[in-house]
Design a binder for this molecule. Structure first.
Ligand code: C2E
Ligand code: CA
Ligand code: CA
Length: 704
């Protein structure tokens, strides 16, 4: 059983989609953590850049004012510089004052420009430098070209301070400062740092804008990703649902294929699959056996009461098995009326026998249907897994089949455990079957004819046709070796039809006061089951074909024919009787209770079985009363009688004296081929009994 890794596995689609969804969602979460920080950092950069640009502008403005305004005013007598220039009519602001005032005009809450100086100009005395400013002064004093920035939080608001050095970059500035009376020092030189230019900007608006931007970006990314994620989830959900539906259907189908719908037990294949796993499991060391159970009662139940009755019997058998066997016992239905049970843990033959006996006991009680009791007729074939044999279920099943077939063919044995002899017998049967099939196609059968003699005169009254099969080596195979095989396969119908035709043909060549006896198998009365013409039909055709009058044909039947009390058989017998052929009850006295049949059926003759003749020789006192009773019965019922198996003159004399009409046996003649019949007929013409000496061996061996 292979399990393919396909999308049909419901969880697989989730295994494919969920990582994608997680990657998308994870990336989004990562972005949402990263973007605001990145935007804030960029906002800080922007604020810094703005500060620098404002500082540069301030420096340009100051330089411009110094060069274009202050330089002229310095030389003018009319105008003068004054910090409080707004109150004086001819005063203009000092460059630093100008810058501070412009800065005050331009500055707002978000960014302010400031001029800071450590020099104690009189108008700056009230503005001492803060510690931060002093630090910045120190830094810029060391490297006046750099830009110094630092952050500060005041009252919860974040500010960015950016400062550059304010240097003496104009010679005019230097001379002016050195000449100014209020100047804190007189030795100003070009490039000297006279103060700091610092821009302070409030970061909150930048941060707010950055946050807003980051939210907008995240929102757009989210708006793009959300449909993707949703689409993936919906796709996975649909695929998952479809595959679950498909799996449900597959599961239901597998239930239907794994379990027999009528009984709920395992099907043949699933039984094989499961037991194969058990057998291949190296840890399973306990005993293992297989038991095939055949319910012979199903077919008659179907025929007599209809298929619902047969079905109920099958269900009843399963119910009994389930009730009677331990829970979890593996039970399978191999089809029709055949079941299989796995015997797990049965360690020895004795335990297996007990188990089989239990199974038989479960089926012992007849099945009740419409107030009738119908026998289940169970037979069981078992096979035990040998400890050193190949651990494979198929050969075990085959062995159990052989045991079952043997049990069904062996009278009195309903349950058998497989042994090698059964297999040999089966192989022999199969070999014979192949020979039979070949003989049917190529004409390998022969009839030999044994004379039926008048008990008193030994004159030949008729012949019994006895079939033989010619083997490949030319050897003749006797009917006892192959008829049962042909019966089991149904080939006996075709063989029997040929026998009747051939016997009629030969009989038509013999004197008109002789009859021809042909043996019939009970199976020939069930010919329709093998889709072959019925026996009466075959007989009529043979008579018509050969031109033999019906009264010259005698058909020998056995008591086995009446075993299943089938009305169709009796109807067929009556039909044969109507045709005009006579019926003889063969092997009389060996079977069941023939008397009732003798009474009711159109039987014209009884053939006393050979066992009475040998019985008479062995123990005359015991045999005589029975022989005489049967002889009396035949006379009373007005039936003709033939005694079979006469081998000695004493036997011939006894049965002749008893008044048995006809005799048959090696004492008179062995079965002979058609070519010897004329000689045989001539030999017995006019002979009086006992016709020959007891020593017939010379003559027989010459002819046989
Ligand atoms: P059966 O019908 O009882 O035939 C008599 C058998 O006894 C024959 O054996 C015959 O050779 C044998 N026999 C005859 N006289 C003596 C005797 O004095 N001593 C001994 N020991 N045996 C004697 P065969 O030919 O081997 O036939 C055996 C059985 O095979 C027959 O028993 C019959 O039941 C069956 N059979 C023979 N031919 C046919 C046939 O064409 N169709 C069917 N269905 N069965 C046949
Ligand atoms: Ca016979
Ligand atoms: Ca017989």
């Amino acid at each position: 059983m292979q399990t393919k890794l396909t999308l049909s596995h419901p969880r697989l689609i989730w295994r494919l989609v969920m990582p994608l969804v997680l990657i998308v969602v994870g990336s989004f979460v990562g972005l949402s953590l990263y973007l605001p920080t990145a935007f804030r950092a960029s906002a800080l950069d922007t604020a810094h850049d703005n500060n620098i640009s404002m500082l540069k502008q301030a420096r340009i403005l100051r330089s411009y004012y110094g060069k274009t305004v202050a330089s002229k005013v310095g030389k003018s007598d009319h105008f003068k510089f004054a910090v409080n220039h707004s109150q004086l009519p001819n005063a203009i602001p000092l460059p630093s004052t100008f810058l501070q005032e412009v800065a005050a005009e331009l500055g707002d809450e978000q960014s302010r420009l400031k001029l800071i100086s450590p020099y104690p100009w009189p108008f700056r005395e009230s503005v001492p430098m803060s510690d931060d400013e002093k630090d910045v002064w120190d830094l810029l004093s060391r490297d006046p070209n750099r830009v110094v920035s630092h952050g500060e939080t005041v009252d919860g608001k974040r500010y960015l301070h950016t400062a550059i050095a304010d240097r003496m970059d104009e010679p005019g500035c230097v001379s002016c400062h050195n000449g100014d009376v209020m100047s804190p020092k007189r030795d100003w030189k070009l490039g000297d740092m006279r103060g700091l230019l610092e821009v302070t900007s409030l970061l909150e608006p930048h941060y707010a804008a950055a946050e807003k931007r980051s939210y907008m970006v995240l929102g757009s990314i989210g708006a793009m990703l959300l449909p993707v994620v949703l689409a993936l989830l919906i796709f996975a959900w649909i695929v998952d649902r479809r595959t679950r539906e498909k799996e449900e259907v597959a599961r239901r189908l597998s239930e239907l294929t794994n379990f027999d719908p009528m009984t709920g037990v395992l099907t043949r294949q699933s039984f094989i699959d499961i037991t194969t796993v058990v057998l291949k499991d190296k840890t399973y060391k306990s005993g293992f056996s297989i038991h095939l159970l055949n319910l012979g009662g199903v077919a008659p139940a179907n025929q007599l009461h209809g298929t619902p009755c047969g079905d109920q019997m099958i269900r009843e058998a399963v119910r009994r098995l389930r009730d009677g066997l331990p829970e979890h016992t593996l039970i399978g239905r191999l089809g029709g009326n055949r079941f299989v049970v796995a015997g797990l843990g049965l360690e020895c033959q004795a335990e297996v026998r007990l188990f089989v006996a239990d199974l038989m006991a479960m089926m012992e009680q007849p099945f009740g249907f419409n107030q009738q009791e119908i026998p289940m007729l169970a037979s069981i074939g078992s096979a035990i897994q040998s400890s050193d044999g190949e651990r494979c279920i198929e050969p075990l099943l085959q062995k159990a089949e052989i045991a079952l077939a043997t049990a069904k063919h062996s009278p009195g044995a309903n349950a058998l455990i497989f042994d090698q002899a059964m297999q040999d017998t089966l192989e022999e049967r199969q070999r014979l079957l192949a020979m039979i099939d070949k003989a049917l196609c190529k004409g390998g059968f022969e009839l030999h004819y044994q004379g039926v003699h008048d008990a008193v005169t030994a004159r030949i009254k008729g012949f019994e046709a006895l079939i033989r099969l010619r083997g490949a080596d030319g050897r003749l195979i006797p009917p006892d070796d192959f008829v049962s095989v042909a019966e089991a396969s149904g080939a006996i119908c075709e063989i029997g039809a040929w026998t009747i035709r051939e016997a009629c043909r030969v009989a038509a060549t013999l004197p008109s006061d002789t009859f021809m006896a042909v043996n019939l198998s009970p199976v020939q009365f069930r010919a329709q089951a093998f889709e072959k013409p019925g026996i009466a039909e075959v007989v009529m055709a043979a008579l018509a074909e050969s031109g033999l009058p019906a009264h010259r044909l005698e058909l020998e039947i056995t008591e086995g024919l009446f075993l299943d009390r089938n009305d169709a058989v009796i109807a067929e017998l009556l039909k044969l009787h109507e045709i005009g052929v006579s019926l003889a009850m063969d092997d009389f006295g060996t079977g069941y209770s023939s008397l009732s049949y003798l009474w009711h059926l159109p039987v014209d003759k009884i053939k006393l079985d050979r066992s009475f003749v040998t019985g008479w020789s062995a123990s005359p006192d015991t045999a005589k009363p029975i022989i005489e009773a049967i002889t009396g019965l035949a006379k009373a019922l007005d039936k003709r009688m033939t005694v079979e198996g006469i081998e000695t003159s004493a036997q011939a004399k006894y049965f002749a004296d008893l008044g048995c009409g006809m005799v048959q046996g090696f004492y008179y003649s062995r079965p002979l081929p058609e070519s010897d019949l004329a000689v045989s007929l001539l030999r017995f013409v006019g002979t009086r009994a006992p016709p020959l000496s007891d020593d017939l061996s010379g003559w027989i061996s010459a002819k046989a």
